[in-house]
Design a protein around this ligand. Structure first.
Ligand code: FAD
Length: 336
C-alpha cells in the first residue's frame, strides 16, 4: 500500500488544524490533515455554520462558515493533503518517525504530529427516542446547515444551554413560532439570552414549554406531525411542529487518541504551553483538545497555539538549523 509522506500529520481539520497548515507552510513544512467528518471546519461547520462569531480579530462579525472558507483559501498555497471521513486510528513510531493508519486504511509517514482534535471524535447527544433516526436530516437537526428552511415554519428547540437559547433567538425573527422545550425551570444559558427569550415570549414569537421533556415523535416519511412532551407529573402536551432541533450538547470522546500514551487530564491533553508539546516527544496538541493552566477554549487562542506548535515542529524536524523568526510582512507567502 502506498504511504503518504508528509512533514506533519494534523489530526483534526477544525479552524485550529486548518491554521496549522498555514503556519507550517510558512516554515516550509508540508501537512496532511485527517478528519472524521466529511467536511473541513470542525465545530464551526458541524455545529454552528450560520452563527456569527464576534471575537475573531479584525472582523466585527463573521459567520463560522465564512471563517472556515477564509481559512481554506488562506491555506490553498500550501497544498495540504486532506483525508476526510476517516479517523486516525493506529499510531506506530519507528526511529523517531511516526506511521499512522486511518480507518480507511490510509498509511501516513510523518515526522511530527499535531493533534487539533477539538473535543475528540464528536457527535451530538440525542434524545432517547427509538425512532429518531427516521427523522434525522429531514425534520430533526442537531446543527443548522441552512436556516432559511425554517422560514415561516413551526420549530421546536430542545435544551437549556447557550446553543438552544441562541438558536431560538436567532430563528425567532423568521419562524412562525418557536417552542422552547426544557426539562428544568432554570436555563443554563447566559442571563442576557434568557432575558431575550422572555421578551420574545411576550411578543408571541417563542412559547416556553418548561419543565417538559421530549416523550415521543410522530410522523411519516421523516416528517414530523406531532411532538409529545411530558411534564414531571406525567401530564403530556401534543405539539404540532414542522421541525425539532435538539441541542443537548456533544458527547466528547478522545477515541483512538486515548491509546497513544499521552498525559490526559479530564479528556484533554496536557501540554507544555511554551512548545505545545504533549507528554510524548514529537506529538503536539493545539486548540480545544489541549490544556494548561489558564487555557481559554477560543479560536484565537488556538491560532496562537498553531503558531507555537509549528515552530516546535520545525525545531524537531531540523534540530541542526537555526530558525530565524520572520514576520509575514517580510517574507510574504512561502509557497510550497
Ligand atoms: P474542533 O473545531 O472541535 O475540530 C476538531 C476536529 O477534529 C473535528 O472536526 C473532529 O471531527 C476531528 N477529530 C477528532 N478526533 C479525531 C480523530 N481521531 N481522527 C480524525 N479526526 C478527528 N469560539 C470562539 O472563539 N468564539 C465564538 O464565538 C465561539 N462560539 C461558539 C459557539 C458554539 C455553538 C460552539 C459549539 C463553539 C463556539 N466556539 C467559539 C468554540 C470554537 O468553535 C472552538 O474553540 C473551536 O472550534 C476549536 O477548534 P479546534 O480546531 O481546536 O477543534
Amino acid at each position: 500500500m502506498k504511504k503518504i509522506e508528509t512533514d506533519v500529520l494534523i489530526v483534526g481539520a477544525g479552524p485550529v488544524g486548518l491554521f496549522c497548515v498555514f503556519e507550517l507552510g510558512q516554515l516550509g513544512l508540508k501537512s496532511c490533515l485527517v478528519d472524521s467528518l466529511n467536511e473541513i471546519g470542525g465545530q464551526c461547520t458541524a455545529l454552528y455554520p450560520e452563527k456569527p462569531i464576534y471575537d475573531i480579530p479584525a472582523y466585527t462579525k463573521i459567520s463560522a462558515k465564512k471563517l472556515i472558507e477564509k481559512l481554506d483559501s488562506q491555506i490553498k498555497p500550501f497544498k495540504p493533503t486532506f483525508l476526510l471521513d476517516q479517523t486516525v486510528e493506529c499510531l506506530m513510531e519507528k526511529k523517531e518517525k511516526f506511521i499512522l493508519k486511518t480507518s480507511k486504511n490510509k498509511l501516513v509517514n510523518a515526522k511530527c504530529i499535531i493533534i487539533a482534535a477539538g473535543n475528540g471524535v464528536f457527535g451530538p447527544n440525542k434524545p432517547p427516542l427509538s425512532n429518531i433516526e427516521k427523522f434525522e436530516g429531514k425534520s430533526v437537526f442537531y446543527s443548522i446547515p441552512d436556516k432559511s428552511i425554517f422560514k415561516k415554519k413551526k420549530v421546536a428547540i430542545a435544551g437549556g444551554g447557550n446553543s438552544a437559547a441562541d438558536w431560538a433567538i436567532e430563528l425567532a425573527s423568521t419562524t412562525k413560532i418557536i417552542y422552547f422545550i426544557h426539562r428544568r425551570k432554570n436555563l443554563r444559558a447566559a442571563p442576557n439570552s434568557v432575558k431575550e427569550l422572555e421578551k420574545l415570549e411576550k411578543k408571541g414569537k417563542v412559547k416556553m414549554v418548561i419543565p417538559y421533556q421530549i416523550d415521543s415523535l410522530k410522523g411519516t416519511n421523516g416528517l414530523i406531525d406531532e411532538l409529545v412532551v411530558r411534564h414531571l407529573t406525567d401530564k403530556t402536551i401534543h405539539i404540532k411542529t414542522d421541525y425539532l432541533l435538539p441541542f443537548f450538547g456533544l458527547s466528547s470522546d478522545l477515541g483512538p487518541i486515548k491509546k497513544w500514551e499521552l498525559k490526559i487530564d479530564k479528556n484533554e491533553l496536557t501540554i507544555n504551553q511554551s512548545t505545545c508539546e504533549t507528554s510524548r516527544k514529537g506529538i503536539f496538541a493545539v486548540g480545544d483538545i489541549c490544556t494548561y493552566p489558564g487555557k481559554l477554549k477560543l479560536i484565537l487562542t488556538g491560532f496562537s497555539e498553531a503558531a507555537i506548535a509549528s515552530q516546535s515542529c520545525y525545531k524537531k524536524i531540523f534540530p541542526e538549523k537555526k530558525l530565524h523568526f520572520e514576520y509575514s510582512t517580510t517574507k510574504g507567502i512561502n509557497k510550497l
